[in-house]
Design a protein around this ligand. Structure first.
Ligand SMILES: NC(=O)c1ccc[n+]([C@@H]2O[C@H](COP(=O)([O-])OP(=O)(O)OC[C@H]3O[C@@H](n4cnc5c(N)ncnc54)[C@H](OP(=O)(O)O)[C@@H]3O)[C@@H](O)[C@H]2O)c1
Length: 330
């Protein structure tokens, strides 16, 4: 195919404008491997890029899409050959380098991962960056010695992409999961994923003057930041750990050192974009081995490329449940 369809972001009078365009294959950026994209996704970061509500795009025009899965068409790398099924998450793709919301992508070989055994390209994108991040958070908690017990582990932003996968993965591993959500109507969805308790987002988002409060959590996975992460830290039990990966509620952290120095609480930063291959492979293996297939179906909804621009604002406003997979065949 000499041309291909892509979602293209341009900047006009300081505003980001998104449109589906037909591009020449020659317009693809330099890279060792050309991939025919089968599925991509819409993550929080993609929505920030598409709407211009966050400064994600480094150079226009940009094809957004921080994830994709597909089949290698051309390769100058000995690590990949035509016909190989691959996936990509992160590495600045969709931010600095054209991304996955297109029928074709050309990237560095070192950014690609062979499709993990046991996953189809659509399932891999059901997880995407959000699922990978959730798995990295669970692994970080386990490495910090947090093991299943009767004490609860809290997941904030629970109905979101990272949150939904984290709830199901923790529940599958035997943790007593509490889901914090602003959407009480989704309580049944969260229980089906394995949450045993549901709490209202406002419980954790309300500021407090007290630097420490009653110990409740053995650990937590926080996708929200700001007052919510501060509340999780001041209610985490002695030597507990909290994996922080998100900013859906803000980038600030209004806390004190007391949870760390009086309770030995650990704050574990989790990044998926530049995560080294070893950690990525461990996280993908975990998702492929342990994540219940039925839960993945519940978590994902598949949409077409044409539907993507209209979904970006609702996603940022917390009105999209779980994961959005983008089918590039349709
Ligand atoms: N560190 C990394 O490598 C990495 C990777 C992926 C994502 N992230 C970050 O993780 C966060 C979640 O990503 P995602 O893809 O899961 O996004 P998402 O699907 O939009 O989920 C975010 C969830 O946060 C909650 N929320 C939204 N606005 C909020 C607000 N103002 N205050 C409190 N809660 C709010 C909502 O859940 P409820 O309605 O259930 O409360 C929403 O569904 C984002 O900040 C994203 O940038 C980081």
């Amino acid at each position: 195919m000499a041309t291909f369809k892509a979602l293209v972001l341009a900047e006009r009078e300081g505003k980001t404008v998104a449109a589906i365009s037909t591009l020449d294959r020659e317009a693809l950026p330099a890279g060792e491997v050309t991939v025919r994209v089968a599925y991509s996704t819409l993550n929080y970061k993609d929505a920030l890029a598409i709407t211009g509500r966050g400064k994600i795009v480094r150079a226009f025009p940009m094809v957004p899409g921080i994830d994709f899965a597909g089949t290698v068409e051309e390769s100058a790398s000995p690590d990949f050959k035509p016909g190989d099924q691959v996936l990509l998450t992160g590495w600045g793709v969709g931010e600095r380098h054209w991304g996955g919301l297109a029928e074709y992508a050309r990237v560095k070989a070192s950014w690609l991962t062979h499709l993990p055994a046991g996953l189809t390209p659509e399932q891999a994108m059901g997880f995407g960056t959000a699922g990978l991040t959730a798995a990295l958070c669970v692994i970080a908690l386990e490495e910090a010695g947090i093991a299943p017990s009767e004490r609860e582990v809290v997941v904030t932003g629970a109905t979101g992409g990272v949150g939904s996968v984290a709830v199901a993965l923790l529940a599958q591993a035997g943790f007593n999961v509490t889901a914090s959500t602003g959407r009480p109507a989704e309580a049944d969805y969260l229980r089906q994923l394995g949450a045993r308790q549901i709490i209202d987002r406002a419980t954790l988002a309300t500021p407090s003057k007290r630097p420490l409060e009653s110990e409740r959590w053995a650990g937590g996975i926080d996708t929200v930041g700001s007052e919510t992460l501060a509340a999780v830290l001041r209610t985490t039990a002695y030597t507990g750990a909290v994996a922080a990966c998100g900013l859906a509620g803000g980038t600030d952290l209004p806390t004190t050192v007391l949870p760390f120095i009086l309770r030995g609480v650990r704050l574990l930063g989790v990044d998926s974009v530049m995560a080294p291959a070893g950690r990525r492979n461990a996280a993908w293996a975990r998702l492929s081995r342990d994540f219940p297939a039925a839960a993945l179906t519940q978590v994902t909804r598949t949409v077409s490329l044409a539907e993507v621009p209209a979904l970006a604002n609702p996603l940022l406003d917390g009105a999209v449940r779980g994961r959005l997979v983008v089918d590039l065949h349709s």
